[in-house]
Design a protein around this ligand. Structure first.
Ligand SMILES: [Zn+2]
Length: 271
């Protein structure tokens, strides 16, 4: 056995990854059709968020039986979510989902660099989730820090570099807004930016979207109300996918900014 293992390092690596990520080797692959459609996945998330907002969460599949089942039979999540690390954005809780339901990637500012793109490919291509939600949130400290020109230290500075194009686009789209007033538009632009970065970095994800095996939608979680606002697909998705017939339009879509949601300056601990 040991000799066999040593002669097949890639198999070992794959098996180790599979074990670590809680899947059964060979049990799932990109060719298998998703168990549910993207729209059904959105409906489940919408319903779960409504329960959460109303204080009627049922915390499905969160106990020992589900733990055992997913351990023995692998994971079959129905959606991949790219969200912010902010401790006030607990993805499974706010969608009222259980163990094994969501493949979640969390990083400050819900940015999409190479590691995030790789993780998303794992969720959408290998595990075959039909839906990817890029979930921004109100009062995002990472976006706020960039929008307000806060001084950044250590490795936060390069991370903020991924957010800067979104803030610039928001400013271009809404030249009348400054400082804190710009933040809601910047948060929305940052959701679109993550989708753009993903499609640019990942031919795998792009082709799954083209083949209609994957739907990518943006959404914004309201920290105060708990409600998720659904933004739909990227307005320039077709051109981002290289469809030459699609209208080319630079910058973020012109949309009215939600009134009354102007968060304060960055506070310690926000991300
Ligand atoms: Zn955040």
């Amino acid at each position: 056995m040991f000799r066999h293992v040593r002669t097949k390092p890639l198999v070992v690596l794959w098996a180790a990854m599979a074990a670590a990520w809680g899947i059964a080797v060979g049990s799932q692959g990109s060719d298998e059709p998703p168990a549910i459609t993207a729209n059904e996945a959105i409906r489940r998330l919408r319903d779960g968020n409504t329960r959460y907002v109303l204080g009627k969460s049922i915390h499905p599949d969160s106990g020992a039986a589900r733990r055992r089942a997913t351990s023995e039979h692998g994971q079959h999540p129905f959606a991949t979510v790219l969200g912010c690390s902010d401790s006030r954005v607990p993805v499974e809780l706010l969608f009222d989902q259980g163990i094994g339901d969501l493949f979640v990637v969390r990083v400050a500012g819900n940015v999409c660099n190479l590691d995030e793109a790789g993780s998303i490919e794992y969720g959408t291509d290998h595990l075959g989730t039909p839906l990817l939600v890029v979930l921004g949130h109100t009062q995002c400290g990472a976006v706020t820090a960039v929008a307000t020109g806060a001084e950044l230290h250590g490795n936060i500075a390069p991370l903020a570099g991924s957010i800067r194009p979104a803030v610039a686009k928001a400013q271009e789209t809404h030249p009348e807004l400054r400082g804190a007033d710009l933040i809601p538009a910047a948060i929305e632009a940052n959701v679109w930016q993550a989708i753009e970065d993903l499609l640019r970095r990942s031919p795998l994800v792009s082709s799954r979207v083209r083949e209609e095996k994957l739907k990518i939608v943006g959404a914004i979680y309201d920290l105060e109300s708990g409600r998720v606002k659904w933004l739909g697909e990227h307005p320039r998705q077709k051109s981002l996918l290289g469809d030459r017939s699609a209208p080319s339009q630079e910058g973020s879509p012109k949309k009215p900014v939600q009134p009354g949601k102007h968060p304060a300056a960055p506070q310690h601990g926000e991300s």
